[in-house]
Design a protein around this ligand. Structure first.
Ligand code: TMP
Length: 236
């Protein structure tokens, strides 16, 4: 597979064309941003960890019936994936109150939720990814009703599988963000990444944060947290 021209550069990844029109290569960077790009920095080694963790988890999800864009890891930082048209939504799954939910509803971080919460944000940097509901999504034509049913079902299944996977590693999965896309033939697949950039992971005993909140909130020990979660999951 030949790596051809760069198609896109995002905040944490670059995307390259290949000689197969149905496949692209994602290349994970060490760049980190927060607050819609206002805060910028580098997390040494993050690209490698996020690439490996995402691929490991996507393979596990695929085996358990969740279709993903994953095709093949081609290097420490590069992965071959199916080319998709991204549904312009961030799909947030929450098990425990934290972050923007805690702020919005005045809940102490760590408050358990009686049931899993699904939220949607419209992917638009200029607007700061505003939260929307299914009426907005249908009204704007961002995804049809069947696609939204499938997205919700897949998101809840991903949550169940990840919770089950992380529990024995003494990691509480507080919340996470998913993105979905459609391949050329219209198949809905899980895309983007599943990593400490996009999930909140807390140590089950100490409640220590093992994710990007250490960077967002200047807590220190950022690289160490990425290394720790990677070690627990991948043993590396
Ligand atoms: P929030 O509490 O800030 O809304 O974040 C919820 C989850 O989504 C958390 O695990 C971090 C993740 N997330 C992203 O992956 N990208 C983003 O741009 C934001 C704001 C959150």
């Amino acid at each position: 597979m030949k790596k051809l021209e760069q198609l896109y550069e995002g905040k944490a990844k670059k995307v390259f064309a290949t000689d197969d029109p149905g496949l692209v290569i994602v290349d994970y960077k060490d760049d980190a941003t927060a607050f819609n790009g206002l805060k910028k920095g580098t997390i040494e080694g993050k690209g490698v960890i996020n690439n490996r963790m995402t691929n490991f988890l996507m393979k596990m999800l695929e085996k358990n019936g969740v279709p993903t864009h994953f095709v093949e890891e081609i290097s420490d930082r590069e992965t071959l994936v199916k080319k998709v048209e991204i549904v312009p939504l961030e799909v947030i799954v929450r098990n425990v109150a934290a972050g923007s939910l805690s702020k919005r509803l005045g809940l102490e971080e760590g408050t358990p939720l009686r049931r899993t919460v699904l939220e949607y944000c419209y992917k638009n940097d200029d607007l700061g990814d505003p939260m929307v509901n299914e009426y907005h999504i249908a009204a704007m034509g961002w995804a049809d009703d069947q696609t939204m049913k499938n997205i919700a079902a897949y998101a809840l299944k991903v949550n169940e599988l990840l919770l089950r996977y992380f529990k024995p590693l003494h990691v509480d999965l507080i919340d996470f963000k998913l993105e979905f896309g459609k391949t050329a033939d219209g198949t809905l697949v899980l895309a983007d990444e599943i990593s400490p950039d996009t999930c909140r992971f807390w140590d089950s005993d100490t409640h220590e944060k093992l994710d990007k909140d250490r960077f967002r909130r200047d807590l220190g020990g950022v690289e160490e947290a990425y290394a720790e979660i990677s070690h627990r999951l991948l043993g590396e």
